[in-house]
Each structure stands twice: as C-alpha cells, then as structure tokens.
Design a protein around this ligand. Structure first.
Ligand code: S3P
Length: 433
C-alpha cells in the first residue's frame, strides 16, 4: 500500500468501537500457554503480524496452537515437551517476541537460531543477552551478541539478582521468564514502574512470583498450569482514536473494554492534564487486568510537560501524543524518552520529521521533543519509516490537515492494528457499524 493519500474529515468523529486485543498481553498469553501444562484458551487475541510471529515460533517448537479469528487455543504438555525447531525462528518486526523469547530459549535443551526483519535486526539485544549470560545462558549473536541473528545452546540457568539498567518491561520480562526456568531465585529491580503484564500473567498461571514496589522475585517452577485469558483492548491502539476525537472539533466517541492497567494509562493522564474531556465507565477486572470504557469529547487543550517516571506508561503513545500537542495552546515538552531512539525506528527523529513536514513548530532534543502549539497543519508527503505507530499518526493527522497527506507506505499498520481503517471508517461515518 504505497503512497496512499488521506484527506481532512468534513464531520466530527462519532460512535463506539471495540478496540482489538492488547499486543503485549496477547504475546504473553501464547508464551505462557505454550510452557504451561494443559489447554489455554485466549479470547480477544490480537490478530496482528507481531503476535502471529509468536504463535508461529511456538508451533516450530512443537506446540499445538489453533487460531479461529481472535480465539486462540494453545495445547501443551509443559516446557519439557518443547522440541528443537528444524528451522531458524523468525521474529519479524516484533521486539517483544525477540526479547521475551530470549528469556525462554536459552533454558531449552537444544540449539536454536533466531532472526528478524531489517528493522529488528538493528535493534539492541545486548540488554537481554547481558543478564541472561550472567545467569549462565549460552548465546551468541552478531556484533558480540548486540544484534540478531542470535543462537542459543541449551543449558541450566542460575537465578540472579539484577538491577535493570534500562526502563524496559521487555528486559524485566526476559529475566523473570529465565528465572522461572533457572535454579533458585531470581530478583529483578526496576528503575521505574514498567508494564507489569508478565508478572500478572505469571501469577495467573500459578508461578511463585512476588512484587514489592520496584522489586520482583520469582522462584524456579518447571510446570505452570494452563488458564484461560481474556485480552483487554489495547490502550496503545485506543490512543489513536482517543486523540483523534480530542483534536477533531465536535467529536465524541466511546472505546469499549480497553485495558486500564495502571502501568499503561499515561496517555489518559496526559489527555486529562491537557484539559481533554474524558471519562471512564464500566470498570471491571479480568485475569488481574483492569478494563473499562473510555469516552472522549472534543475540548480545547493546553500544553504540558511529560517526563521521568511517566514515560514508561506512555512510551508507545508518544508519536500520537506529539500530534495532540500540536493542537494544544502553548508548549509541550517531552523529555527522558531516549528509549524512543531504539524502537521500531528512531521515533524521536521520525515524529519530528513527519510533523515538521506537516507544518508543526517542533524541535528535536536528545531525549525527546518540544512542541509549540497550536498550529494549523497543512498536509504534505510524509514517510512512515515502516513503523506502524508513525503510519497511524500520519493517518490521524490527515483528519485535521488543510491539505491531503500522502504516506509512502501504510502496510506496517497490520503489525498492531489490522482493523484500523475499518474502525476509522465507523467513527468517520463513512460506513455503518
Ligand atoms: C513492550 C514493552 C515496551 C513497548 C513495546 C512492548 C512489552 O518496550 O515499547 O511496544 O510488551 O513488554 P520496552 O519494555 O523495551 O520499553
């Protein structure tokens, strides 16, 4: 889907949507289901390319996985039943698959080799290789283990105590998964709270894991017990439409059954702090995860500062938050977000490039960006950098740009939000629900 053109909407965004399943939770449900004994049924699984790679990998490892739309059934006899894959494992674009799989693969008693697409191939893997090697993992990769492809040789891992040098749920999860399979106890200490879906789900599958503040300790347990998982709607996907409604005059939409885990809702806090009209109803808890309906109605906005411990709770939403900030009066500063430089692309550079092309007043800084609003955006030709969240930000931007926006490639949107355009059409009123 090359060089597609998107134009301003001539009416407000209205209606209700059921947002697809959370990407992080969908990955983890397949992973834990595959190393647990018994049958795990996953409802509202995200049928996006990243999560399909996780399914494929466990099929290569001998697990029976049946997918019928957004229902996925995983049948396993536990981690000891996993088999040596006959082919290299392919992670595609998925950083979560890569980092979390490296918490499991080194403890399996056979050889594996894994690789990714050209974007994943230049993302740092030493952040997981370093603690795993300390646990005794036998792994090797390109450039001394910094990059994929990476191989693992089965061995026994030992528990460790590890202070995370980066604010990363992926690294925390890799060490905890390795700790589950290692001898003794493993403790991970975070610098700031990052998403805690791995801890929640390990608990639901019967693992012995304790969390106190920023410290998490897991004890070896070779057998988890299968349990069913209902995946909440992905707040990171919901963010595109929450912000669309917050910037298109007259809009009012409801997003149903969205995950409201406290480690993920930074985007809701940002909208509230900027003065958006936003409310939450029908809260419920399923499998240790909170969900609810979010309603947002167009309102004028003010710039704010987003920094420090807030960043991990909205790290994936920063591209669309930057667009939001162009429509807020005054200055918005985003800092302490240097992790954005090693996402699917360098998202600080990509966001600043795209929004500058559209006419925003935005400056790039080493660890974030500064946006001066409010600006009337003018449209133009932009690059998505093959990054799903940059591509979706461009499409949402088109709703308020004076002139059309041409995007070089939107195929990456299928990575995390395969039904994005259907949903956009519903709230634009272009099709009936
Ligand atoms: C994820 C954690 C985050 C996030 C990514 C998904 C996860 O990465 O950006 O999209 O599922 O654990 P880091 O933990 O590396 O910041």
């Amino acid at each position: 889907m090359k060089n597609k053109v998107f134009s301003k909407t001539n009416r407000p965004l209205l209606g209700e949507l059921r947002i697809p399943g959370d990407k992080s939770i969908s990955h983890r449900a397949v992973m834990l289901g595959s190393i647990a004994e018994g049958t795990t049924v996953i409802e509202n699984f995200l049928d996006g390319e990243d999560c399909l790679h996780t399914i494929d990998i466990f099929r290569q490892l001998g697990v029976e996985i049946i997918q019928e739309g957004t229902t996925v059934t995983v049948k396993s006899d536990g981690v000891a039943s996993l088999k040596e894959p006959k082919v290299p494992l392919y992670f595609g674009n998925s950083g979560t698959t890569a980092r979390l799989m490296f918490g499991i693969l080194p403890a399996l008693p056979f050889y594996t080799v894994s690789y990714g697409d050209p974007h994943l191939t230049v993302r740092p893997m030493d952040r997981v290789i370093t603690p795993l090697t300390k646990m005794g993992a036998l792994m090797d990769g390109r450039k001394d283990g910094l990059f994929l492809p990476i191989s693992t040789h089965g061995t026994t891992l030992q528990g460790i105590r590890y202070e995370l040098p980066v604010k990363s749920a992926q690294v925390k999860s890799a060490v905890l998964l390795a700790g589950l399979l290692a001898t003794g106890e493993t403790t991970v200490i975070e610098q700031a709270k990052t998403r805690n879906h791995t801890e929640n789900m390990l608990r639901a599958f019967g693992a012995d894991i304790k969390s106190t503040g920023l410290e998490h300790t897991i004890t070896n347990k070779q057998t988890l017990t299968a349990t069913n998982v209902t995946v909440p709607g992905d707040i990171s996907s919901a963010a595109f439409f929450l912000i669309a409604a917050a910037i298109v005059p007259g809009s009012s939409i409801v997003l149903q059954k969205v995950g409201l885990n406290e480690t993920r809702i930074g985007v809701i806090d940002v909208l509230m702090d900027m003065g958006a009209n936003i409310s939450i109803s029908n809260k419920q808890e399923i499998g240790g995860e909170l969900l609810g309906d979010i309603e947002v109605t167009y309102e004028s906005l003010q710039g704010i500062t987003i920094d420090d411990e807030k960043i991990p709770s909205l790290i994936d939403e920063i591209p669309i938050i930057a667009l939001l900030a162009t429509q807020a009066e005054g200055t918005t500063i985003i800092k302490d977000a240097e992790e954005l430089r090693v996402k699917e692309t360098d998202r600080i550079h990509a966001v600043v490039d795209v929004l500058t092309t559209l006419g925003a007043n935005i400056e790039e800084t080493a660890d974030g960006m500064i946006i001066h609003g409010k600006t009337d955006l003018q449209g133009g030709k932009i690059k998505s950098y093959s990054d799903h969240r940059i591509a979706m930000m461009g499409v949402i931007a088109s709703l308020i740009n004076e002139n059309p926006i041409q995007i070089d490639d939107i195929s990456s949107i299928a990575i995390s939000y395969p039904t994005f355009f259907e949903h956009l059409d519903i709230i634009k009123g272009t099709v009936e629900k």
